[in-house]
Design a protein around this ligand. Sequence first.
Ligand code: 13P
Length: 250
Amino acid sequence: MRKPIIAGNWKMNKTAAECRELIEALAPQVKGAQCDVVVCVPYTDIALAAELCKGTNIAVGAQNIAWADNGAFTGEVSAAMLKEAGATYVVIGHSERRQYFGETDASVNARLTQALKTGFNPILCVGEMLDEREGGKTEQVCRTQVVGAFKNISAADAQKVVIAYEPVWAIGTGKTATDEQANETIGYIRSVVKELYGAAVADGMRIQYGGSMNAKNVAGLMAQPEIDGGLIGGASLKPDDFAIIVNTAK
Ligand code: 13P
């Protein structure tokens, strides 16, 4: 049995003051959650979010992590910095990082390696673009991204990773993948993990769906056998909606 995991990815939203407001509204509503609950916040909100989430069942995550321990890497944030601020999860390889900031399978692999080495719970994002889905390349793209991300990572480390399948065409568009599409591709991703690491790791690995997941479509998606939770963008910015999603994931 895999415990579902619902993670909010706030992206570049919420100042510290807004972060406080959101978490104070959210925490009491998700107290009884039967899934793992995570909020992945902007770097500048991590310390405050961690303080506010103390004593709650909400964990705090970052949205990226540097591959190096320290040094001349302007704009990057290290594992030690994130850990000290209170993050325990980290999103890696989000499609927005790949699309707008030049992340590649190699940089994703380097960041994932570092996250595992430093004891984070990584949420690794993979997913195809619209033209790739329409061109029948969904499986090929997901395979390449998964194989690339896990290069030289041991089975013992791999089993600590959560994968988020996020079809790029469904992100922020209101165009959710159908329950069946999401389930089918996640099942395929699990089969790739099985090829890499065997059945025990594949069967234990939690694979989320992400892309316009919301309070209305969460039940259908979560009813699918392969879907172990969600990575939520827009709807995670509204505490009432995010709480519904969390409380639907059992
Ligand atoms: P939306 O839920 O806003 O579509 O974003 C999904 C996402 O990218 C989460 O990482």
